[in-house]
Ligand binder design. Structure first.
Ligand SMILES: Nc1ncnc2c1ncn2[C@@H]1O[C@H](COP(=O)(O)OP(=O)(O)OP(=O)(O)O)[C@@H](O)[C@H]1O
Ligand SMILES: [Mg+2]
Length: 253
């Protein structure tokens, strides 16, 4: 039997009179890859921010694993098993690659504590396991040999992978990726898409925001199309590809 991991119902969000989301609902079953696509300003990132607790919806509800989380704080939501990347990657530039992955284990720790390096002795003393786990993730992402590199020494592609690695270090139940393919070339997109499919095979549930219908259509089980804050279509790739409202609003945009 399939299990609903997240149920978002009737979310509406206004910013100073701008209707960013209007009555948006979306369900994701455990183990599926969902995609949220739509033109610039459609409301995709706002939708992620509401799921993660970074923004509060004006109305509607978010239920994760059967628990209502609309009023829950971002750190608690992260602790419950929702982890996300940002459209513009965010890093601790002072830390090297492996430390930037390990920091995912300490998301409930204050940033000043992390930046002061005060967390490192604790990691070594108490949580050798975290380092082992971080190396496993680097191996999975095929970045093992980059572990000790400074952030200034790694490429854009590697940064995108490391940010996903940091999310995975939290051992989330739901992974939210905001434009993970943005700025990557075709070969890099293929590599990342294959990694996401591998994660799905390991049981991960993923929701991806993207502009590229082509990439998404190969990996998403369900696609939701947003336009001006409203859902204009939902379904598998074939259904979306032939949907007239989508063709008018999105493909011709
Ligand atoms: N904090 C905010 N304050 C005011 N307006 C906002 C805020 N966040 C988003 N918006 C507006 O809400 C609308 C939706 O923005 P959002 O970033 O969610 O779109 P998006 O679909 O992620 O776009 P993109 O594809 O460009 O990333 C936009 O018009 C944006 O300017
Ligand atoms: Mg966005």
């Amino acid at each position: 039997m399939t299990k609903l991991l997240i149920r978002v119902q009737d979310i509406t969000k206004n910013f100073d009179g701008l209707n960013a989301l209007h009555s948006v609902s979306l369900d994701i079953e455990a183990g599926k890859i969902g995609a949220l696509i739509g033109p610039n300003g459609a409301g995709k990132t706002t939708f992620f921010n509401i799921i993660c607790g970074l923004e509060t919806a004006d109305s509607g509800s978010v239920c994760f694993n059967g628990i209502e989380i609309s009023k829950t704080s971002p750190d608690k939501i992260a602790g419950m098993g929702i982890s996300r990347t940002f459209q513009t990657s965010q890093f601790f530039e002072q830390l090297n690659v492996i430390e930037n992955i390990m920091v995912g284990r300490y998301l409930n720790t204050s940033v000043s504590f992390i930046l002061a390096g005060l967390w490192l002795p604790n990691v070594y003393r108490e949580e050798h396991r975290n380092r082992v786990k971080a190396f496993e993730l680097l191996e999975f992402l095929e970045l093992y040999e980059k572990a000790d590199r400074k952030l200034s020494q790694i490429t854009f592609r590697e940064r995108k992978l490391i940010e996903i690695g940091r999310c995975l270090a939290m051992e989330p139940k739901l992974l939210l990726l905001d434009e993970p393919f943005g700025g990557l070339n075709a070969k890099e997109i293929k590599f990342l898409a294959e990694k996401l499919i591998q994660l799905q095979k390991q049981g991960m549930t993923i929701l991806i925001i993207d502009h590229h219908f082509g990439t998404i259509s190969h990996i998403a089980d369900e696609i939701v199309v947003l336009n001006h804050g409203e859902i204009i279509a939902k379904g598998n790739a074939e259904k979306i590809r032939t949907n007239e409202a989508v063709i008018a609003a999105y493909f011709s945009a």
